[in-house]
Design a protein around this ligand. Structure first.
Ligand code: ASP
Length: 304
């Protein structure tokens, strides 16, 4: 079943997701609350006149630090029981982007991605080279045990024992925003998929697949079967389709088209250049929250 939702235009808006998947119904409210804290961190930036880029980084950091979500602390484990982080961030004003793939443990991969964006020489750093870049920018590597939660260990054990399907962990995080100056940005961060092969890179750190932002159209962040979002260049495609009157149905149709063409399910959040916010999902759940300001009045929403 496809679910979608959208808001009217906003002067500024930040919209976050806490991953598409099938969170147990009794835990959904906590996930929505986690998203609301992140959206508020982004809103604080926008309220103070900060940029969409700073807002999406601030929001994603909150979700990375929340062990409920599959990013930063609480990231899922690969086939070796290790953490390899994927993250990307993009600025719609300049089309600058920064990303890290298969990054060894660092507390906030999104800020390493932001450092890559600001540094500007390369867009995407992988694996040990990404770690070296992070250290060169002043980030401190984390120990595996600092980010690894009991829930992540348990999930890997269940998958290995054949008690849970391998793959999708759920709980990837992302944020999109439009600031009062009219600029948009997007960010996505994840541990990827449970029991993934070492070196596997999903859609989240790939500009155009998991994250895209362009002031001329909008900004998007995806979550779900990474290989499907990669193969359909999903984020870039939906960002170029924002001229439609209703964004929610457009996103829902794009997810359905992806499933029909290459399989996979998931969700996507988007803001357009007018500050309309929208999401769609083809999964049982996707926690989200948003804060928007229009005509001087702020609105907050959360759900799952
Ligand atoms: N898209 C992520 C990945 O494939 C997983 C997710 O969103 O849950 O790494």
């Amino acid at each position: 079943m496809t679910t979608h939702h959208e808001t009217p235009p906003s002067d500024w808006i930040v919209l976050v997701h806490g991953g598409a998947g099938d969170v147990a119904p009794e835990r959904r409210a906590t996930h929505a609350d986690g998203c609301a804290l992140a959206a508020e961190a982004g809103a604080a930036v926008l309220r103070a006149g900060g940029t969409a880029l700073a807002a999406v980084e601030a929001a994603v950091r909150v979700l990375e630090d929340d062990p409920k979500f599959n990013a930063g602390t609480g990231a899922c484990l690969n086939e070796d029981g290790q953490i390899e982080l994927d993250a990307s961030i993009m600025d719609g004003a300049s089309l600058r982007a920064g990303a890290v793939a298969a990054l060894p443990p660092f507390k906030n991969a999104i800020s390493v991605a932001r450092a890559a964006l600001e540094d500007g020489r390369h867009v995407l750093y992988a694996s040990e080279g990404a770690a070296r870049f992070a250290v060169s920018k002043g980030f401190t590597p984390a120990k595996l045990e600092e980010l690894r939660t009991d829930a992540a260990l348990e999930r890997l054990a269940q998958v290995r024992a054949g008690k849970a399907a391998a793959g999708w962990a759920g709980g990837t995080v992302g944020a999109v925003a439009k600031d009062a100056a009219g600029h948009v940005a997007a960010a996505t961060s994840t541990g990827g998929m449970v029991d993934k092969r070492a070196g596997r890179v999903g859609d989240s750190p790939i500009v155009g697949a998991g994250t895209y932002a362009d002031d001329q159209t909008g900004a998007a962040s995806t979550t779900g079967t990474g290989e499907s979002f990669l193969r359909t260049a999903f984020a870039a495609r939906v960002v170029t389709a924002t001229h439609v009157p209703a964004l929610g149905p457009m996103l829902g149709a794009a997810l359905e088209a992806m499933t029909a063409r290459v399989g996979g399910t998931g969700g996507v959040i988007l803001v357009d250049r007018d500050g309309r916010g929208a999401f769609a999902r083809t999964t049982a759940s996707m926690s989200y929250a948003l804060v928007r300001s229009a005509a001087g009045a702020e609105t907050e929403e959360r759900g799952s």
